[in-house]
Design a protein around this ligand. Structure first.
Ligand code: HEC
Length: 139
């Protein structure tokens, strides 16, 4: 008897080793799909308010404002900082502010409280529409 002993056949277990790896690849691909779908959904949810506006902003923008009442509200709530003629005091001069900021940004400025010391106001939509009309009336 000469020669080398026969090479043992690969056991089925060893031969099938790559299979679990492919399985992991599949799981990874599935996870990727889930993550992508989730981020798309998040993007849509985050972008929607910016596109369509939150309910408060939409309601406010659908109303037509009174410059006269807006002026009254301004003198009561805003003139202390922005000046009786909106000429600027602690807060900036607001003449031509509607050329720097659009209506959504103006509403955010008033209701968000994001730029202290300007406080966060919570006017009814009609009062906010009146304030907007007043701001637009400033030359
Ligand atoms: C306590 C002082 C204060 C009061 C009261 C106040 N503001 Fe302001 N406001 C500020 C200050 C300060 C800024 C500048 C904020 C910044 O951008 O850092 C500002 C900024 C603004 C801006 C943006 C100006 C620009 O050039 O972009 C608008 C519009 C505005 N205020 C409107 C109002 C209105 C309307 C009211 C009343 C409902 C009001 N503010 C009440 C202090 C005040």
């Amino acid at each position: 008897m000469t020669g080398t002993p026969p090479t043992p056949e690969l056991s089925p277990e060893v031969a099938s080793l790559p299979a679990p790896a492919a399985g992991r690849g599949g799981a990874f691909a599935a996870l990727l799909v889930v993550v992508l779908a989730a981020s798309l959904l998040m993007g849509a949810v985050l972008a929607l308010p910016g596109l369509r506006g939150d309910p408060y902003t939409r309601t406010t923008l659908a109303l037509s404002g009174s410059v006269e009442n807006g002026g009254r509200l301004f003198r009561l709530n805003c003139a202390g900082c922005h000046g009786l003629a909106a000429q600027g005091l602690v807060g900036p001069n607001l003449h031509g502010v509607d050329r720097r900021k659009n209506d959504r940004q103006l509403i955010q400025q008033v209701v968000s409280g994001r730029t202290p010391p300007m406080p966060r106001f919570q006017p009814e939509p009609q009062a906010m529409a009146d304030l907007l009309a007043f701001l637009h009336s400033l030359p």
